[in-house]
Ligand binder design. Structure first.
Ligand code: SF4
Ligand code: SF4
Length: 276
């Protein structure tokens, strides 16, 4: 059996990161800190390094805006960062909505909703890519950044930093939707930002790797994984998780008592093998 720390270390580190970043943004607004100023769409570290959400920039482009140089540099910084550490690491290590949806998944399990509705997902996980495409089409037609207007991620993030208005309603709707309607409903099926980072994540270097030799087929990893379709190789063969839909949350690594899952660096050899 693993110690409590080993069982929850990544979860604790993720929460510390998510809350720490929120605290830095809050400190910038409340006390003038310069460590991290702005919001999740556009921010700057120590007044030097710009960071911009590439999906928001895409919407701006679709809406017909000309992007300023510092915004383009910010997009390059963020894209490079997630190219290295895993595109959807944003979802499990940064996005504040992840804390809401993880909590909904926890309560859902606690009250037995999964047994009531079954674990089979009635909705396609590809829906998020359609929402992503639609948001760009609407941005182009209406000349506005469509998702940014209604994004619950921005509502929650800005709400925590600048004060919450009706943003709570959007967050509550997502919580209730995930709890009672669809397991991992928002992040696993609908959110276009998660969809965008899934595409980016296809190419990123840090991957979870499954070792079939160590696996005892307990399937704990598949139970905790919010995107368990990416663990299709468990019980079959030793492979890295190459789907961009993996959030690099590391819950699968933590719950595995047999050391069958670990982080690894994607190698060219692995890419070649997968391409064969
Ligand atoms: S899927 Fe969307 S809301 Fe969920 S964690 Fe990722 S960016 Fe945030
Ligand atoms: S495979 Fe592991 S790291 Fe990836 S989403 Fe599932 S639990 Fe998280």
């Amino acid at each position: 059996m693993k110690s409590l720390w080993n069982h929850y270390r990544y979860l604790i580190l993720r929460r510390v990161t998510q809350l720490g970043l929120l605290f830095l943004y809050f400190g910038a607004n409340a006390w003038g800190w310069t460590m991290l100023q702005g919001n999740l769409s556009s921010s700057i570290i120590l007044n030097v390094v710009p960071m911009s959400d590439p999906y928001a920039a895409l919407q701006m482009l679709a809406a017909g805006a000309i992007l300023a140089t510092d915004l383009l540099v910010g997009v390059a910084v963020v894209t490079f960062f997630y190219f290295i550490i895993g595109g959807r690491a944003f979802c499990s290590w940064v996005c504040p909505i992840n804390m809401v949806t993880d909590f909904a998944a926890f309560v859902r399990e606690l009250i037995g909703m999964n047994k009531l509705t079954g674990v089979k997902q009635p909705a396609s996980r590809n829906l998020r890519y359609w929402v992503l495409g639609l948001s760009l089409v609407i941005s182009a037609i209406m000349g506005v950044t469509a998702f940014e207007f209604i994004s619950p991620i921005s509502m929650l993030h800005r709400g925590i930093i600048f004060g919450m208005g009706f943003g709570w309603m959007a967050v509550l709707v997502i919580f209730l939707f995930d709890l009672f309607v669809l397991k991992n409903g928002w992040c696993g099926h609908i959110c276009p930002l998660g969809g965008f980072y899934s595409i980016l994540g296809k190419f990123s270097l840090i991957r979870v790797h499954h070792s079939e030799e160590n696996c005892t087929l307990c399937m704990k990893c598949k139970v905790v994984c919010p995107e368990n379709q990416v663990l299709y190789m468990v019980g079959k063969e030793s492979l890295p998780v190459l789907s961009g839909e993996c959030t690099n949350c590391a819950r699968c690594i933590e719950v595995c008592d047999d050391d069958a899952l670990n982080f690894s660096i994607r190698s060219m050899a692995q890419n070649k093998k997968m391409g064969e």
